[in-house]
Write a protein that binds this ligand. Structure first.
Ligand code: COA
Length: 257
């Protein structure tokens, strides 16, 4: 499928999604959000895709935020609508799908850009990356899940500091704060992401999807993550991948999922 603002490529079980508006530092306008949403749904449906790697075109930015020019004249209702629609279409979708995703943060990840990276399951940053939620400097707050996901990832005190100061973290600071898992050179960013993807690819996609669901359940108000885990644990039994995984172990061979 042809897209205007993203590039979607599949290679050896990995779907590479590149946000491709470099002249606007890959800012998320409505077309880009809709294209990403479609591409993520397609990738999640495709049984050959075992991992998604999300990155930004060029060296300067992953995504420099939601496109400010699109919402500068919005009123209360359209502002709330923007947050609701965006969260549902893209950010919640990315977090909830059973296909694991890696955000390869290659430069500025600000506002909606950091929110997108935080909705992914794993984050890796290149040394030049800068991350922040600068919304309060624009007279608005993070609206694509940033107040919640940042708090879940780094804790309330650090999230409060990042959000209220509108400051940016370097890649190494982000790693120290637990916001990213690894930091590497820009040249190594995709190969490092592929290394993690290759470990993921050895495992059962069915079990991975159930594990993602169970981890996420602990962050949903009113849902008991332990209960979801018990149920999803049970649901693995008797499935072809469970049979293959346990049989392969007993036959002292590698499973073929
Ligand atoms: N929305 C819309 N356009 C954006 C954008 C955004 N979030 N971020 C960058 N751009 C555009 C700029 O307007 C500029 O477009 P132009 O060349 O047509 O004027 C282009 O991308 C390049 O950005 P520029 O600001 O010239 O680059 P810089 O190197 O001087 O600064 C940043 C880089 C990231 C510090 C700066 O672009 C910035 O602060 N962006 C906004 C970040 C933000 O507040 N994000 C949260 C939004 S809710």
């Amino acid at each position: 499928m042809d897209y205007e603002n993203i590039i979607s490529e599949h290679k050896e079980g990995i779907c590479y999604l590149t946000i491709n508006r470099p002249k606007k530092l890959n800012a998320l306008n409505s077309i880009t959000i809709s294209e990403l949403s479609n591409a993520i749904k397609q990738a999640d449906k495709d049984k050959l895709v075992r991992c998604i790697i999300l990155t930004g075109a060029d060296k300067k930015a992953f995504v420099a935020g939601a496109d400010i020019s699109e919402f500068a004249s919005f009123d209360v209702a359209s502002g709330e609508g923007l947050a609701r629609k965006g969260q549902e279409m893209l950010f919640d979708l990315l977090e909830k799908i059973g296909t694991p995703s890696i955000a390869a943060i290659n430069g500025f990840a600000l506002g909606g850009g950091l929110e997108l990276a935080m909705a992914a399951h794993i984050r890796i940053a290149s040394e030049n990356a800068k991350m922040g939620l600068p919304e309060v400097s624009l007279g608005v707050i993070p609206g694509y899940g940033g107040t919640q996901r940042l708090t879940n990832l780094v804790g309330k005190g650090k999230a409060m500091e990042m959000i209220t100061t509108a400051g940016m973290l370097s890649a190494n600071e982000a790693k120290e704060w637990g916001l990213v898992n690894y930091v590497c050179s820009q040249e190594d960013l995709i190969s490092m992401s592929e290394k993690i993807a290759s470990k993921i690819k050895r495992n059962s996609p069915m079990a991975i999807a159930r594990a993602i669901k169970s981890v996420n359940a602990g962050f949903i108000t009113g849902v008991d993550g332990f209960e979801v885990e018990k149920e999803e644990f049970g649901n693995c039994f008797g499935t072809p991948e469970f049979i293959e995984g346990t049989t392969a172990f007993m036959e002292k061979r590698k499973p073929n999922f």
